[in-house]
Design a protein. Structure first.
Length: 201
């Protein structure tokens, strides 16, 4: 009887020791997590940031886009093709971006989308077709600037709800811009948001 009682006491003692060890392990684990996790998160954020060289190339793409927009507005089909081809050269230089993780995968997909749209502008048979594709290109570049920017440019996203079937989008360098889609409604231009500024870091 006494042996059985001592065995029970020993078992209870061991159980309590195991419980204390588990609690201490949990506390230590929590302390380590809350100490290290913020630094890991900061590292992850840094890895997801576009480098200065990448943003400079994105700025070159945007500058080429602005030149293309002028030709689209003037219905200059051949010059629009030339400008679209020029942008593809900038994008070719961004085929292996110094991005990391999800952002790298996003850019690789985005770049292919941009190249396809530029190819469609180059192969469009008339200015009407070019305007339709340019609208898609504008929306894609707006998303790209928000995702991978900012760039050192004053950029604003515009929309004319009366243009095309579902509204026309484009980018301009000031809060005043001429609608590139409809020459009969040049003032149909509403600023939707500012994408970047010359003060952007």
């Amino acid at each position: 009887m006494l042996v059985r009682l001592l065995a029970c006491v020993q078992q209870e003692t061991n159980h309590r020791r195991i419980m204390r060890t588990s609690v201490l392990a949990a506390i230590v684990g929590a302390l380590i997590y809350f100490t290290i996790a913020p630094s890991l998160l900061a590292q992850d954020v840094r890895n997801f940031s576009a480098s200065q060289s990448f943003r400079e190339r994105l700025e070159s793409v945007t500058s080429g886009y602005l030149q293309l927009e002028e030709q689209i507005r003037e219905r200059a089909v051949e010059r629009a093709r030339t400008k679209a081809n020029a942008i593809t050269v900038y994008l070719d230089e961004m085929s292996d971006p110094d991005l990391h993780g999800e952002k790298r995968a996003d850019w690789i997909s985005t770049r292919l989308d941009l190249l396809k749209l530029l190819h469609d502008i180059t192969n469009a048979s008339n200015s009407s077709q070019q305007r339709g594709v340019f609208n898609e290109l504008s929306q894609e570049l707006i998303k790209s600037l928000k995702r991978f920017g900012p760039v050192q440019m004053n950029l604003y996203a515009f929309k004319c709800s009366d243009a095309l079937d579902s509204g026309g989008h484009w980018i301009a360098t000031s809060t005043s811009s001429v609608n590139p889609y409809d020459p009969d409604k040049p003032e149909c231009a509403r600023v939707e948001e500012q994408l970047s500024s010359t003060d952007s870091k």
